[in-house]
Design a protein around this ligand. Sequence first.
Ligand SMILES: Cc1cc2nc3c(=O)[nH]c(=O)nc-3n(C[C@H](O)[C@H](O)[C@H](O)COP(=O)(O)OP(=O)(O)OC[C@H]3O[C@@H](n4cnc5c(N)ncnc54)[C@H](O)[C@@H]3O)c2cc1C
Length: 448
Amino acid sequence: MRFSFRQAVGMVLGYLLLAAAPLLLAYLGPLPEPRPFWVEFGVGLGFVGMGVLGLQFLLTGRFRNVASSVGLDLMLQFHREVGIVAFLLILAHPVILFATDPTYLEFLDPRVNLPRALALSSVLAALVLLVVTTLWRQELKISYEWWRTGHGVLALFVILIGLVHGLQVGHYLSPVWKQVIWVVLTLAAVGLLLKNRVIRPLRLKKRPFQVVEVREESPGVWTLALEPRGHGGVDFRPGQFVWLTLGSSPFSLQQHPFSISSSAEEPGRVELTIAELGDFTSGISSVPSGTTAFLEGPYGAFVPEEAEEGEDGEPGAAGAVFIVGGVGITPVMSMLRTFRDRGDSRPIVLVHGAPSEDRALFRDEVEALSGMLDFKTVHVLEEAPDSWEGERGLVTPEVLDRHLPEDGLAEWEYFVCGPPPMMDAVEQHLRSRGVPASRIFSERFNIV
Ligand SMILES: Cc1cc2nc3c(=O)[nH]c(=O)nc-3n(C[C@H](O)[C@H](O)[C@H](O)COP(=O)(O)OP(=O)(O)OC[C@H]3O[C@@H](n4cnc5c(N)ncnc54)[C@H](O)[C@@H]3O)c2cc1C
């Protein structure tokens, strides 16, 4: 996290204000005769539900400034949790109305108004689908790409029907000026979706990259090197990531996030180090040189502070501790290579968990870098030969305690990236040792 308390308060207040905007709009100007409390309450929840739903498009809008201070995983986690809140608010709207006054059931009665009944019942079904497919995507065996496409379509459908429903009922939105604002607010949300899914790929089309090398780093892990064609490349900070699309169209459904593993001092050659996992990553080894690619970004708040720079007037960190597992070392490689290229002399501790000696990613390069930087490296091997004198097993709190800096633990910056159970245990342990949350940076590769 790279935002101050004041910025956090500002973000929360801004969010609440925007979420309440439809409700505020409803209550602006001359009001109609009040109805029973529970009817008004149910209607109010519908307006707030629409506000929260509209803001969902903002949260996934991949705004670089927000994403680089809050972090994508935090944004998406918030998006996920708030999505359930929006679902409950919108669902509570008809439920409360039906319970208070059963005549409202006619909104779902096809004999009274077939298009309206169809639209409103489909919207309820769409909301249930949105939540179920998001919470249980993997159990339902829906691929990420199809889920993402369907998610956008369903969300668009719900918000557009909400727009029409608000206008049709018109109780609070009868003045034309209110209708105009209602339409503008809804279209702003839809516009964010279009920006993300249409305008951004169009812009990417003008900034292609080309695959110039694919090399094996360790069994099942490949580095893809890309060079810009006709532009200056990606101006990134070490530790950030990009969304990669391979092939001649940036509109491909297959767009995957990968941390940049190369030095930020070389924006003209971007390297991504990719472990084989599913259909997309398993094809990386056979990507031919010359393949066109698109990189959207950079994004991410998993970034060390600049040398000698403190955040928000705080003193700079004493140094950087990297605690990584497996392919989680990729963003840290970018940091180490950048520190080397910049002659950065901050003290560094790297704790690297790996399955075995030959699968300890970048081990030789890390050893070489440790000679150039102020650097202590600890490899923790799950399977080690008898001759291995280093740490064995997993990256546990006990291993950390043996190698973390002895003094001023809270003054260092910590970067954690690896398997989720390792990350949870490490974050918990650091907090229990008194490290403030503002000094712990985590990059989770399993955000969805
Ligand atoms: C910020 C970030 C940085 C990452 N950096 C690296 C890296 O440097 N090296 C590396 O090997 N891996 C990295 N990953 C993980 C990588 O994105 C996934 O392993 C890859 O997308 C899996 O795709 P697949 O089709 O091969 O596997 P699948 O079997 O289809 O997917 C496996 C899991 O990966 C996730 N995933 C799949 N597709 C996407 C997608 N399009 N967008 C987001 N998540 C998806 C889902 O959780 C899915 O369940 C990173 C992930 C994130 C979020």
